[in-house]
Structures are given as structure tokens and as C-alpha cells.
Design a protein around this ligand. Structure first.
Ligand code: XMP
Length: 327
């Protein structure tokens, strides 16, 4: 797709027919740009990179290689879903890299949130670049850039999830087939491409993943508590029919303990904070009024299933005054 400005005449893609027409047009454009060349794509499993991968796969099949880096900060079941959907269903060349220890070792003892973000970002580029040099003959880099990324980086706000900063010797030409689309259009195209609904309609998830929900210096026990409690929250919200209705919901495990009591003995354990907010564009957010019964059920499951937790809280803070994430 040429040019970084969305033409005013471009129709908003909000039906499967419009999505099919877009896909057909992009398949032709990708083939024209890439020819018989090979494309590499960092596939996180988020909406944008997943739709980009599915579109590239439709256009060029095995000329596409996807690299999925498991940095240990993904939600429960995510790496498995990426392997299932792209490795099996879409049958793409998928390189799965288990970099969990590498990331967690680098992050050990680091408590400053921005330093944590920088380490995660840099390590990701290093792992990806190491893999890219191993794969020979690749000229193109696929990226799931979407229109809000372009608008936001023009404002200098953020350039989070793109693989910026690759070393110079990896001089790729970019292929960005969804760069003029808004998020709702990307979801619509993803559905038309046959991606699973829970992947296409995924709630926003920060690039540094669970790393910013395990506050302060990340420890493996607290990271597990975040991952397990988040999975319980998602399961219970889905069972209550709330999954697609709330903008963003997750759990946080702060880096301090509190006193509890179990089997007549004092405990000194972690707490899980539940957060569920509604928003339009993440610049402000209100708190979801989760039914009390449901909160109690989630609390009971967390106490029964998550190790090292003796307290469950519900966060009532709107944005502003609080931000959505904790750090
Ligand atoms: P805050 O916490 O600033 O979050 O109210 C607003 C939205 O941005 C997401 N978020 C991030 N996304 N990298 C990302 O890709 C980050 O470092 C990051 N920090 C926050 C957050 O989940 C929410 O949707």
C-alpha cells in the first residue's frame, strides 16, 4: 500500500463484502510489491500482527516466515494459540522462539517501569534480529502498522509495537498492508480472513505484556499469579457474557505482601487487584460495574487456584485520576 495518508474517498470497511474487496486488492498489491521475494514478520498474536500475517499468508503463502517470540510476559494460552492458528490452520512458516528465561533474567531486579519497558523492547529486537540473520534471502519486513499508529507517531506520541530499531545490516523493505485501516476495520478484515473471534476481538494488551502488571521487579512467582488470575478473570467474564462488552480487564499483582491467615497460621502473601474499565480511545476510562456475585466467584477461584495469594481487591479508579495500567 503506497502513501501514508488515508484518502478521504476510502470507504470505512464495516461489512464482510467490503473486507473481501479490500483483501483482494491487497493480495494483488502485496504480490506486485514482493514478487518472488521472502517476507519476515514478527507475530505477537495481537490483532494487528495476526491480521497482517493472515493477509500476507493469503497473498504469498510460503514466501512468508513469521517469528513468534515468547518473552514470558504473554497471557495464558497465547503462545499456544499462535502456534495452533498460524502453524497449523494457516500453515505458515512459523519460527517459535522460547525466550522466556532470557527476558526474565534480563528483567531480574529491575523495578523502574520505563527501564523495564526499554529492556523488553530492546531484548525483543535483539531476539528478532538474531533470528532474521539466520534466515537467508529475506528482503521484506511485514508489519502490522495500522492508521492510528501513523497518526500517533506523526504527533510523536508513540511507536510501540513496530519493530523499529533493527540493526542497519537488516535493511528490509517494509510491507504494511493494513496501515491505512482503523482498528474496527482491521478486526473486520481479520474475520473475513477466517481468524478466530477471540483473536480478532481481543481487548487491548500492552506491548510489555504482563510485565507492567507484575509491578516493580518481576519475580516468577508473582508473574505466574498474574497470569493465572488473569486467565480466571477472562474465563469468568466470558462465562458471564461480558467478554466483548468491556473495553479492557486484567489483574495486577503488586510487589508488596500483606498479612493473611490460613489453617490458623499467619501468612505473608501477595494480593491480586482486579481492574475492568470502559473507554473509547484509552485517553479516559470509567470503571465497569461488575456484578458483586461475579466478583465474589472470581475471588473464590483466585483463592482456590492461584498460589501465594491471600487478598483480592477490585480497583474503583477511573482515568483520570488513575491510568489504566499500574506502571
Ligand atoms: P494507560 O495505562 O496509559 O494505558 O492509561 C492506556 C492504554 O495503553 C495501553 N498501554 C500500553 N500499550 N505499550 C503498549 O503497547 C505500553 O507500554 C503501554 N502502556 C499502556 C494500556 O493497556 C491501555 O490500553
Amino acid at each position: 500500500m503506497t502513501g501514508n495518508v488515508r484518502p478521504e474517498s476510502m470507504t470505512r470497511i464495516n461489512t464482510l463484502e467490503l473486507a473481501e474487496a479490500f483483501i483482494e486488492e491487497q493480495v494483488a498489491e502485496i504480490r506486485a510489491q514482493v514478487g518472488s521475494g521472502k517476507v519476515l514478520l514478527a507475530l505477537s498474536g495481537g490483532v494487528d500482527s495476526s491480521v497482517c500475517a493472515a493477509l500476507l499468508s493469503r497473498a504469498i503463502g510460503k514466501q512468508l516466515t513469521c517469528v513468534h517470540v515468547n518473552h514470558g510476559l504473554l497471557r495464558k494460552g497465547e503462545p499456544e494459540q499462535v502456534c495452533e492458528v498460524f502453524g497449523k490452520q494457516f500453515d505458515v512458516n512459523l519460527v517459535y522462539i522460547d525466550a522466556v528465561d532470557r527476558f526474565l533474567d534480563k528483567l531480574a531486579g529491575v523495578s523502574d517501569p520505563e527501564t523495564k519497558r526499554k529492556i523488553i523492547g530492546k531484548e525483543f529486537i535483539d531476539v528478532f534480529a538474531e533470528e532474521a540473520v539466520k534466515l537467508e534471502g529475506i528482503r521484506f519486513l511485514g508489519q502490522g502498522t495500522i492508521y492510528p499508529d501513523i497518526l500517533e507517531s506523526a504527533d510523536g506520541i508513540k511507536a510501540h509495537h513496530n519493530v523499529g530499531g533493527l540493526p542497519k545490516e537488516l535493511d528490509f523493505e517494509l510491507v504494511e498492508p493494513v496501515k491505512l485501516l482503523f482498528k474496527d476495520e482491521v478486526r473486520c478484515v481479520g474475520t473475513a480472513l477466517g481468524l478466530p473471534a477471540n483473536m480478532v476481538n481481543r481487548q487491548p494488551f500492552p506491548g510489555p505484556g504482563l510485565g507492567v502488571r507484575c509491578t516493580g521487579a518481576i519475580t516468577r512467582d508473582r508473574l505466574e499469579a498474574v497470569r493465572e488470575s488473569d486467565a480466571i478473570l477472562r474465563e469468568e467474564f466470558a462465562a458471564a457474557g461480558l467478554a466483548g462488552k468491556i473495553w479492557q480487564y486484567f489483574t495486577v499483582v503488586p510487589d508488596f505482601k500483606s498479612t493473611g491467615i490460613k489453617d490458623g497460621k499467619r501468612t505473608d502473601d501477595w494480593m491480586v487487584i482486579i481492574r475492568a474499565v470502559n473507554s473509547v480511545d484509552a485517553t479516559s476510562a470509567t470503571v465497569e460495574e461488575v456484578p458483586y456475585e461475579l466478583l465474589l466467584r472470581i475471588r473464590d477461584r483466585i483463592f482456590a487456584e492461584v498460589k501465594g495469594v491471600n487478598r483480592v481487591l477490585y480497583d474503583l479508579s477511573c482515568k483520570p485520576i488513575a491510568t489504566i495500567e499500574y506502571e
